[in-house]
Structures are given as structure tokens and as C-alpha cells.
Design a protein around this ligand. Structure first.
Ligand code: CO
Ligand code: CO
Length: 326
């Protein structure tokens, strides 16, 4: 669902009033946080979607890495997970077994335990997980804490939505997007550790609303703008080529429409713009750090195995636009 539709639906629900709800319905964050004690809060999230690659095992890995990411984005540690499965049984249970074992492998890699799940028959396969983690109530990373002067870092390149659409359309094959598949399978655990060590003031992850959509959420409720240096934003190798063929998913167009004139694209070509709005699956962490710690954080990300990570922008006092891309 597009960001505008979701906002309108959520507005109809009464906000949770309990004093232990630390992050709830009114926050733009994808995970909720509930205080259990002065020392421990629960972090809960759920995410599932249709296959983005043909290989069932890797689809399982991607879905799990994507679901776990919202725990990491809150500064949390994942503890348990439950599968959510929609599957057409006629396509063969071996396929489902592959999806589930890919998912479990990632849950295990994250140091969490898979406890169970729920399966229904459906025409189109869908897979994802509900994940529960913990965080110290005073060390929650919200998405809206950035300050003017902070640097903006991105830990993974962009383009998975456009590449997955090209794959579905038979324009490219999986081997043409190996870099993107490898990246989607990768946990955001190491990037989250770097963000925490660097004293990140705001953290989120880049998924369905695209790079600019999630960046816009970081500016909500704040007197802030962000300037993005488009030449520093990392892209997957074949993403531009796929975008040039016009393979832009519907979600990407919705993201662009929703942000409208909050974003100014100064001298940015249409193809690059598509990539900046592109809906991502299992995208990287997007986080703000004090400027004097930005270079060290970028190097630490490279050392931690996210070689394309980069400083991509800077937060400023509120200007004419929420986001200025140059
Ligand atoms: Co999510
Ligand atoms: Co998220």
C-alpha cells in the first residue's frame, strides 16, 4: 500500500494510550516498542510479501532479513520469530520447504529462535515473519531524532524494486542482479551496531516507501530539512539500465506522487529520480550521526561488510523544501 493510503487508514484508529507504549501507531517507525520494565522494552514488527526472486531458498532469506531489519532499525536485538505463509499447495511442498529453510537460516544467523507460524492456502505465494526483540527503553533508536548538521548515511545501494520488476518481466535473469540479491539477503545487524557505536541520532531502514520516502519520515515532527548529494548515493550495477527500460514498479510511482513538492530535484535526471523513489526490499539502514563521527562511521560500515555504504547527505535547519537533491 502507498504511504498516503496507509496514513489515511491509520488516522481512523485511536492512538494507543497506555503509558508503556513507547513507540506506537502515531510514530512513523515500522516497529512498535512496549516497556516491560525500566530495563527492558519489547520491539515488535511484522512484514511479508510476494517472491522478489525465483530461487525459493533465497526468497526465504530475503523475507527474513527484511522482517528482522525493523528490529535492528530500532536499536533492538531480535529474540524470536514466527512465520507467516500464504502458499498454493499445488505448486509443490518442496518449494515451501526451501522458502522456510531460507527464512530459518537468517533467523538463526540473527541469533534468534523461530518458534512457529501460520500457513494458509492462497493463489500467490507470500512469506514473511513477525519478529520480537528487546531494547533498553532509554536506548531506542527512533527515526525522527536527527539534528541540523548531522550527516546522513546509507548502508546498502538502491534499485531492488526496479530490478525485481525487470526479473519478473523476463528482461533480466537472477545472475544479472547477483549484487542486489546478495545485499537483500544480508542482515542489517552489523550496520545497526555501527550506527549505535557512532551515536546515531535517528535510524530507519529503506523499504517500501523508497529512499526519499523513508528520508521524508525522518523529517516528520521536526524543524528539519535534508540535502542529498545524489552523486554519492550507491546504486546496484544494472539498476539504471533496468530503469531506462521503463521497468518502474507501481509503488515507486506512488512514492513519488505522495512526496510531491516536498522534494526538490535539482538537475537530477528522470532515471536517477526513479531510483531514489524506488520501493526497496530488505534495503539498508538510513541513519543520522553527528558530523564529526560520519567519516569513521562510513569506514566502519565498509569494514563490517557493507562496502557500498556512503555518506549521502546532510541535515539542515528547515528550508524551503523538506528534501533538496542536487
Ligand atoms: Co517493515
Ligand atoms: Co522499516
Amino acid at each position: 500500500m502507498g504511504p498516503g493510503d496507509l496514513e489515511n487508514i491509520l488516522r481512523l484508529l485511536p492512538p494507543s494510550a497506555g503509558r508503556n507504549v513507547l513507540v506506537g501507531l502515531t510514530a512513523p517507525d515500522d516497529a512498535g516498542v512496549f516497556r516491560l520494565s525500566d530495563e527492558v522494552a519489547l520491539v515488535q514488527t511484522v512484514d511479508f510479501f510476494t517472491p522478489v526472486v525465483d530461487d525459493p531458498y533465497r526468497f526465504g532469506q530475503i523475507a527474513a532479513a527484511n522482517a528482522l531489519s525493523d528490529i535492528y532499525a530500532m536499536g533492538g536485538r531480535p529474540l524470536t520469530a514466527m512465520n507467516i505463509v500464504c502458499f498454493p499447495c499445488a505448486s509443490g511442498l518442496d518449494l515451501l520447504a526451501e522458502i522456510l529453510s531460507g527464512g530459518q537460516a537468517k533467523v538463526t544467523e540473527a541469533g534468534a529462535e523461530l518458534l512457529g507460524g501460520h500457513t494458509i492456502e492462497d493463489a500467490e505465494p507470500k512469506f514473511g515473519l513477525a519478529v520480537t526483540g528487546i531494547v533498553h527503553p532509554e536506548r531506542i533508536c527512533i527515526s525522527t531524532g536527527a539534528r541540523p548538521g548531522d550527516a546522513l548515511l546509507l548502508s546498502k545501494p538502491l534499485g531492488t524494486g526496479i530490478l525485481a520488476t525487470a526479473l519478473k518481466g523476463g528482461i533480466i535473469e537472477e545472475r544479472d542482479m547477483e549484487d542486489a540479491i546478495h545485499s537483500m539477503c544480508a542482515l542489517n545487524a552489523a550496520a545497526a551496531e555501527v550506527a549505535l557505536q557512532a551515536g546515531a541520532t535517528a535510524v530507519t531502514d529503506v523499504t517500501g516507501f523508497g529512499f526519499l520516502g523513508h528520508l521524508a519520515e525522518m523529517l516528520v515532527q521536526k524543524n528539519l530539512s535534508c540535502r542529498v548529494d545524489v552523486s554519492r548515493v550507491p546504486l546496484f550495477s544494472r539498476a539504471r539500465e533496468a530503469a531506462e527500460m521503463g521497468l518502474v514498479p507501481a509503488g515507486t510511482a506512488r512514492n513519488r506522487e505522495f512526496l510531491g513538492d516536498r522534494v526538490r530535484l535539482d538537475g537530477v535526471d528522470g532515471i536517477t529520480a526513479d531510483l531514489l523513489f524506488d520501493a526497496q526490499t530488505s534495503g539498508g539502514l538510513l541513519f543520522a550521526v553527528p558530523p564529526e563521527r560520519a567519516e569513521a562511521a562510513a569506514s566502519a560500515l565498509t569494514l563490517a561488510g557493507t562496502p557500498a555504504a556512503a555518506i549521502v547527505g546532510e541535515f539542515l535547519e528547515r528550508g524551503e523544501y523538506d528534501i533538496l537533491v542536487t
